[in-house]
Write a protein that binds this ligand. Sequence first.
Ligand code: AMP
Ligand code: MG
Length: 477
Amino acid sequence: MEKEWNFDHSYVALPDFFFSKQDPTPVKEAQLVIFNEQLATELNVPSLPEVYVGNLIPQGAFPLAQAYAGHQFGRFTMLGDGRAVLLGEHCTPTGHCFDIQLKGAGRTPYSRGGDGRAALGPMLREYIMSEAMHALGIPTTRSLAVVLTGEVVWRERGLKGAVLTRVADSHLRVGTFEYAARFGNQEHVKTLADYAIKRHFKQLEGAPHPYLKLLQEVASRQAKLIAKWQLVGFVHGVMNTDNMTISGETIDYGPCAMMEAYDLKTVFSSIDKNGRYAYGNQPEIAMWNLARLAETLLPLLHEDAEAAVGMAQGSIKSFWDIYHQHWLSGMGRKLGLATIGTKDEALITELLELMQKHKSNYTDTFRLLTLEQLEEMPLFMTDEFKAWYDKWQARLFTVEKQSKEDVVKLMKASNPAMIPRNHLVEEALAAAEAQDYQVMEKLLVALKNPYEYRSDQEAYMKMTTELACAYQTFCGT
Ligand code: AMP
Ligand code: MG
């Protein structure tokens, strides 16, 4: 079948309050850096660098920039796509429609002081991280292509400009609702809520209390998502409400990174001075963000304000229950426990506390427990750990009488051998900056099957050095 665009424009059918028509700004020279053939095949879209850099608008596209607001580090701001252009919703032969967005495609009415552009490093970083998250089984926006623009973008210094093509179930954010509530009226919020239901929660169409159920569904998807982040040690870094989707996909890979030593206070972002978005805070921040979404929906929940607040609070509380249940069962699986018993949370917490105390690498601890390579971790040599280990083994093989084979199988399926470790990502980006893309391509191959424990992945599993501990990510994207 010939690959071709098949655009739908449901977003354009919304009132023009929600977007501005905006073409991408053409660039000097398109030069393809990486293209996701597998994703292109799934989507059935052609490979044409001129399209993915914004020089050629494909037939049937209706380029636009979306309006949204958001709370950034707790403060409300008007935002919008300052450097992104949505080409439209491409529908696959199986009828699933995805937003196709060019990030770094030039200025828009929402650019404020920005240049509308993006640099190669951060766009490749998003490509690597999002594809790794997808392979880890975590809902995320995807990356289809990164194309150099042949132009320089100025940050602290001159950098190579690039455009990333991002694919998403949608780009609706908590911040889109905040925009509708703050700058529009109740009718705008209702229109947007109906649109979100139509696009993501079709089962709610015509159901009683659709807006309460919308809130509950978003809370549930986010709860499951954040549990998955915590289980692999992903630190998003900038969980502003404009970076939280309604679809439940991870979005906006700016200053994100994978936790190394287990520490609830882990922060990588250089601009997160107070640790608002630290690893251990992510679930609570997600709840805070959902409260901002709930506020926008209050008038639609109940005509009595107090009753509406009660309903909203119930949904937000359900976030915590769902989150905790998913986190706990996920942690159990990481330790080979197929089901969770009454004493298991204490067992899990005890291990995590030991890891925190001994600054044990998060991924390596679980990987080496899976492989039973107990001689390789300093933590494993301590008496405290040995006491814990005996309890764990008794729980596995005496209390439950699980088979060894089943335990190892479950642990392998739950503990990735391969994650986008910070130093690996940095190495790949440094090589790409010098026009050597092979380091990144090899890394991407290894990241495709994180739970396989393959020999070609072993070279990537070396324990990290001090460099990694001082790792910082920057927002100058
Ligand atoms: P982010 O921190 O990536 O979520 O971005 C926050 C806001 O800043 C969004 O509205 C972006 O569109 C906007 N933005 C980021 N970088 C630029 C840029 N170079 N030019 C214009 N707007 C930008
Ligand atoms: Mg953003």
